[in-house]
Design a protein around this ligand. Sequence first.
Ligand code: P5A
Length: 439
Amino acid sequence: MRLSKFFLPVSKDAPADAAIVSHQLMLRTGMIRQNGAGIYSWLPMGFRVLKRIEQIVREEMNRAGAIEMLMPTLQQADLWRESGRYDDYGKEMLRIKDRHERDMLFGPTNEELITDVFRTYVKSYKQLPLNLYHQQWKFRDEVRPRFGVMRGREFLMKDAYSFDLTEDDARASYRKMFCAYLNAFDRMGLTAIPMRADTGPIGGDLSHEFIILADTGESAVFCDKTLLDLPAPGLDLDFNSDLTPIVEERTRFYAATEEMHDEAAFNALPEDRRVSARGIEVGHIFYFGTKYSKPMNAVVQGPDGQMVPVQMGSYGIGVSRLLGAIIEACHDENGIVWPESVAPFDVGLINMRPGDEACDAACETLYAAMTAAGREVLYDDTDDRAGAKFARMDLIGLPWQTTVGPRGLADGKVEVKNRKTGEKHDVKIDDMLAQLKGS
Ligand code: P5A
């Protein structure tokens, strides 16, 4: 992508109404534009990152055996009357009437809708286990939308729903999601700590929030320091094996959100292992048994011929919130430092002297070779000052910068900078081209 042809409305000044660094940086780098309280347009730069996060989530859900689909944003109130949540949900639910005066709502979550799909098509235990998921916009009329995409009113969620015959099977499905989440967040460069959590309006008796530690997090959290260093299960994990040991290893150390916090148990830890911090909730998983299947009559025939309500769990990831969480975890005084796995482009190619024949030619050659090698390149071919170009490249935080200037070119070289470490070194263009060709 040539920057001169891209849409990247970068601004120098920190916006006054943005209280935390991720919100400031998302506005300054032209990733989002607020349209109303907690409602955003995703501008091209933000949209690219959103899509990359969505893709990682998709790959890890699929690896764990979940199946992707898509449900609508607008739902019929009647389904929610069946489960009993229409009246319970309160003001967070945006209620709408259609032209026929029928009650509808903008879905804050999809337990009812998926249970309706399930009961229509699945009648036998032989079709189980089943885990269906989608990535779809949700609306929650939050009292205090704030911190940009962190607490929006309209936000993108990945929500998965598992269906099993028995409670044991349902707990095994829960463990699959637990492990898939650890891998997904790890791929995004984040250390997410599962913490016992309150189940709120979703319900059930077993639930974990996945928390990223960050000073700007909305919730107070408490955990054992050991958890910060445990590696993710890894992408070679066999999801058909018994995942109990992995989950147990994660859950035997103290970790709780404020609502579930047990001061005495926490204080029993050696002092140097007590982490009392703030956290961002990037995921939340629930096992709630028959809470929806019973009232909605989602039953399956078991091996003994008996019809029983299906055992369910639901599993959410805050896909749009993750942009904020990743920036909170990955930035420095000059701007964003994207992990390679979610960066909007892999490389920023900077032409220090557009109009100079040699610089233009070298940039074109490199741009073509990088693109052919599968790299996503943002080529800064604008007439801006070199200083402004460097500052903008640092601000938008692409993992690699390649700078082409007349002085280096005289020796056939360009400068390569690693955004994260700040390390720079000169590379021969011929060597770079040969390497790209081989990759
Ligand atoms: C689980 C999937 C649920 O809704 N039903 C379907 C369950 N869980 S949850 O905890 O309420 O939400 C799941 C994740 O969505 C993100 N999230 C938000 N992101 C941005 N703005 C919001 N207002 C918001 N509310 C929830 C969180 O990451 C949460 O873990």
